[in-house]
Ligand binder design. Structure first.
Ligand SMILES: *Cc1c(COP(=O)(O)O)cnc(C)c1O
Length: 555
């Protein structure tokens, strides 16, 4: 394994002596400084923050202009490298991004990509031989972003389950990049290791999980599922006298995995990767999306070998929560391991008002969830939690000489997940938990859930609109007609840019999902969204019917 360490040696010496430059690109920039019109990549009239006039087109006689005429080989950067300094122009970039960030967050924009067709032109072309200037590169990237990014951090962004990014999360994430810690082992970043341990303690407390539960931070809920399910497999096979790490899966004793009918593909993907793909059976769900405990009990009684049950807390389509107490009883009665995919729903445990919907949560053996969905950390942050530290660590730990012989200094984050090197995402998580506290997180989830309930009830009043499942948490699932109409309504809403929603199919019926998971979304956004939704819905009547426009008093 390779662990990068001490990579920033020369930079470390510099940090103190670096003074924020006063001549940053953006300071010089102004809307008055026109750029050539012919180049589509240069249409930056709405991005004054990044319009550095010296980029690409050298301003004659200026220092920067002169610099552009040099090749990288004899550039000032080479001189800086030789002197062990950072080129001050590289530092200007950071100011530019900070200024752009302010502009980006303060400027209202439609919730849709503005001009995705320009993307290929802006990002494409051949790999440059001699590279481009740093400001030109950054500006090109921002222009591409402004053309093709989906403003998923908007309060009216309801597609998939995306969430936004709290400002404290963005700022602390910048520090994560700035510090560039390799959060693999304690030695490569004591900071990340300690922050992760604190987050573990705080989250175990926040979610009300058993004392001794351990946590690993991952790139997302999928890799968190992988770590947890690997632990489940390890534990169940170990109980059958099989050491999966040494003996593999080819001749292993059987393990049965039972998942709910509406389980997310993420868990199934992990089960396949773990060699359990052919040992999965599906448990029926009720119309409300929740796993049917009677069917679970039936299947568990017949299951050959060890048992793993995968439940859900906040299903993707309708936000349903499985009957956790019942499925924990059944699973454990059969000596099974209960894993809960709580990608989004876990955070509801922070709220005393919502917690009852998650009754029995603490009874599971492992849990996976995402910071980048409902907690609104910037991408990416997954969280794996396991009440049984031994199989959790055994499943991923490997023997490396240095691990056995080195004096262990502190906890190695990589012992609790699949990934080895990764960014110090514990710092962002720590910052959000520290900033929001228990109450702040509860307020976010309660606000979102109340917006979802409001939306659900405003929309379901409309003739022809049907709520397909109760609004348990922050998901609204609606049937609004046939596939065609559903798609047209979704397209109209999304192309208008007033909000972003995504379609699905629920028990064979076309549906629209509205996932309320942005920290800014409250009831006000719900009202505006309901208006937009209803006018798109009324605009697209079912073909062949005239009932698409309800009488005025129904509106
Ligand atoms: C989003 C989601 C996942 C996958 O999480 P990633 O962070 O995208 O890997 C798994 N399960 C559920 C229920 C989800 O909503």
């Amino acid at each position: 394994m390779s662990v990068r360490a001490g990579r920033r040696g020369p930079g470390r010496r510099l940090r103190r002596s670096v003074v924020a430059p006063q001549s940053g690109a953006l300071r010089e920039a102004g809307p008055a400084q026109a750029r050539p019109r012919a180049d589509p990549a240069r249409r930056t009239a709405d991005l004054p923050h990044l319009a550095a006039p010296h980029d690409g087109v050298p301003a004659r006689g200026s220092r920067r202009g002169r610099r552009r005429e040099l090749t990288m080989a004899d550039s000032p950067r080479q001189q800086c490298l030789a002197d062990g300094r950072i080129d001050p122009e590289d530092l200007d970039l950071l100011d530019s991004v900070a200024r752009y960030a302010r502009f980006f967050l303060e400027t209202p924009r439609p919730v849709r990509p503005r001009d995705p067709d320009r993307l290929a032109a802006l990002l494409g072309g051949e790999l440059p031989g001699e590279g481009n200037g740093e400001h030109a590169t950054l500006r090109r990237l921002v222009e591409a972003g402004e053309s093709g990014l989906l403003p998923s951090g908007d309060s009216r962004s309801f597609g998939y389950v995306v969430g936004g990014a709290l400002p404290i999360g963005i700022a602390s994430d910048w520090l994560v990049s700035l510090w560039d810690q390799c959060a693999a082992v304690y030695e490569t970043s004591p900071l990340a290791s300690v922050a992760e341990q604190v987050c573990e303690r705080w989250l175990v407390d926040l979610f009300g999980l058993p004392t001794g539960t351990v946590m690993g931070l991952t790139s997302g809920c999928t890799t968190a599922n992988l770590a947890c399910l690997a632990a489940a497999r390890e534990h169940q096979l170990h109980a059958a006298g099989w050491n999966v790490n040494e003996q593999g899966m080819r001749l292993s004793p059987p393990v049965t995995v039972l998942t709910g009918e509406h389980t997310h593909v993420s868990g199934l993907r992990c089960l396949r990767l773990l060699g359990l793909g052919d040992q999965v059976a599906q448990v029926d769900a009720g119309t409300d999306g929740r796993m049917d405990p009677r069917h679970l009990a039936e299947l568990a009684a017949r299951a050959p070998g060890g048992l793993i049950v995968c439940g859900q807390v906040g299903s993707t389509d309708c936000g349903s929560v499985d009957p956790l107490t019942e499925i924990a009883d059944i699973t454990h009665d059969h000596g099974g391991w209960l894993h809960l995919d709580a990608a989004c729903g876990m955070w509801a445990a922070a709220s005393p008002v919502l917690r009852p919907a998650l009754e029995g949560l603490e009874r599971a053996d492992s849990w996976s969830c995402d910071g980048h969905k409902w907690l609104n950390t910037p991408y990416d942050c997954g969280i794996a939690l396991c009440a049984r530290p031994e199989p959790f660590v055994d499943a991923v730990r490997f023997d490396a000489d240095y691990l056995q012989t080195a004096e262990r200094t502190g906890r190695d984050p990589m012992d609790h997940r699949v990934e080895i090197s990764q960014r110090a995402r514990a710092l962002t998580l720590w910052a959000i938990l520290h900033h929001e506290g228990r109450e702040g997180i509860a307020r976010i989830v309660e606000r979102n859930c109340s917006a979802a309930r409001e939306l659900g009830s405003l929309l379901a009043r409309e003739p022809g609109v049907e709520l397909l499942a109760p609004v348990t948490l922050n998901q609204v699932l609606l049937h609004i007609g046939g596939e065609d109409r559903t798609q047209r309504v979704v397209d109209t809403l999304n192309s208008a840019g007033t909000c972003w929603v995504t379609p699905t199919t629920w028990n064979g019926r076309p549906a629209v999902r509205i996932s309320v998971s942005n920290w800014q979304t409250g009831r006000e956004s719900a009202d505006a969204t309901a208006d937009a939704f209803l006018s798109a819905y009324r605009e697209h009547g079912e073909p062949g019917t005239s009932a698409s426009r309800p009488p005025a008093d129904k509106r």
